[in-house]
Design a binder for this molecule. Structure first.
Ligand SMILES: NC(=O)c1ccc[n+]([C@@H]2O[C@H](COP(=O)([O-])OP(=O)(O)OC[C@H]3O[C@@H](n4cnc5c(N)ncnc54)[C@H](OP(=O)(O)O)[C@@H]3O)[C@@H](O)[C@H]2O)c1
Length: 246
C-alpha cells in the first residue's frame, strides 16, 4: 500500500501505539485520531498540528455513525480505518467486578472493532484502496493465566480479520492485522516485564502496510506465530514467562 494522500481514521489514537502510528502517518496523509478523552486528543494535536481529532466512544452505535459521517465530510472519504481502541488488562475470573470488566473488554476490543468496520464499509468501498487494520496481539495466539478475557477478545479479532479478509475481497477492501508483543503503553506500562516501545510498533506497522503484509507480526511474534501452531504449549509457556514480572 502506498501511504501517501490517504484518508485515515485511528480509533484510540490519543495515546499509545495509535498515537505513534498517527504521528508517523500525519506528514503525508490526512489523519483523524478518535477517542473518548478530549484532553488527550487536544494534547496530541498540540504536539502534532497536522492531526485532526474527533471525540468518539466506539461502544456507541450513534457516536460511531456520527463520527464516521464527520470524518467523511472533513476528509472527503476514508481509505484506511485503524481499529486500535482497546483495553489491555489482567484479572481473575473470581474477582467481584470480573463480569463487568469482561463485558466492557468484549464491547471495546471486539464488538466496537466490528461496529466501526461495519459502519465504515460504504466509505471503504467507495475508496479505490479501502483497507481496515485490526490491532490484535501476541495473546491472540497463546493462553496466559490472568489474561483469559483479553486473550479471548484478541483471538476473536484475529479470527474476524482472517474471515473478513476473504469476505471483503469482492468489495476490494483489504484487511490487515497487527500482532504486537508486550508494548510500553496503556496498562502494560505498569507491568515489570520487558516491553517494546510504541515507536517500534508504529515503525513495523508502516513497514508492513507498505509491503502489503496482511498479518503484521511484530518483533518476537514473528517466531511465536509458527511456534503456536506446531508447539502450542511451548508458545503458551513463552508468552506466560514474558508477562511474568521479573
Ligand atoms: N500495550 C500492550 O502491550 C499491547 C500489546 C498488544 C496489543 N495491544 C492493543 O493495542 C491497542 C492500543 O493500546 P495501547 O497499548 O496503545 O494503550 P492505550 O494508550 O491505552 O490506547 C488505547 C486507546 O483506546 C482508547 N479507548 C478505550 N476505550 C475506548 C472507547 N470506548 N472508545 C474510544 N476509544 C477508546 C483510549 O482512549 P480514550 O481513553 O480517550 O477513549 C486509548 O487511547 C489496544 O487495542 C490494545 O489492546 C496492546
Amino acid at each position: 500500500m502506498k501511504l501517501e494522500g490517504k484518508r485515515i481514521l485511528i480509533t484510540g489514537g490519543g495515546s499509545g501505539m495509535g498515537l505513534e502510528l498517527a504521528r508517523r502517518l500525519a506528514d503525508r496523509n490526512k489523519v483523524v485520531i478518535a477517542g473518548r478523552d478530549l484532553a488527550k486528543l487536544e494534547r496530541a494535536r498540540g504536539d502534532t498540528s497536522a492531526l485532526q481529532t474527533r471525540q468518539l466512544d466506539v461502544t456507541s452505535e450513534e457516536e460511531a455513525r456520527d463520527g464516521l459521517g464527520w470524518v467523511a465530510r472533513e476528509l472527503g472519504g476514508l481509505d484506511l480505518l485503524v481499529n486500535n481502541a482497546g483495553l489491555f488488562r489482567s484479572y481473575a475470573l473470581s474477582d467481584d467486578d470480573a463480569e463487568a470488566k469482561a463485558i466492557e473488554d468484549i464491547e471495546v476490543n471486539l464488538l466496537a472493532a466490528l461496529r466501526m468496520t461495519r459502519l465504515a464499509l460504504p466509505l471503504l468501498e467507495a475508496s479505490r484502496e479501502g483497507s481496515v487494520l485490526f490491532m490484535s496481539s501476541a495473546l491472540a495466539l497463546a493462553a496466559v493465566p490472568g489474561f483469559a478475557v483479553y486473550a479471548a477478545t484478541k483471538a476473536a479479532v484475529h479470527s474476524l480479520a482472517r474471515s473478513l479478509r476473504v469476505e471483503l475481497k469482492s468489495k476490494h477492501i483489504r484487511v490487515f492485522e497487527v500482532l504486537p508483543p508486550v508494548v510500553d503503553t496503556g496498562q502494560a506500562r505498569e507491568l515489570d516485564v520487558a516491553k517494546l516501545s510504541p515507536e517500534a510498533v508504529a515503525y513495523a506497522i508502516v513497514a508492513g502496510l507498505r509491503r502489503d503484509r496482511e498479518e503484521i507480526r511484530v518483533a518476537q511474534v514473528r517466531q511465536l506465530a509458527p511456534l503456536a501452531r506446531i508447539a502450542p504449549s511451548l508458545a503458551d509457556r513463552i508468552v506466560t514467562r514474558a508477562l511474568t514480572p521479573h
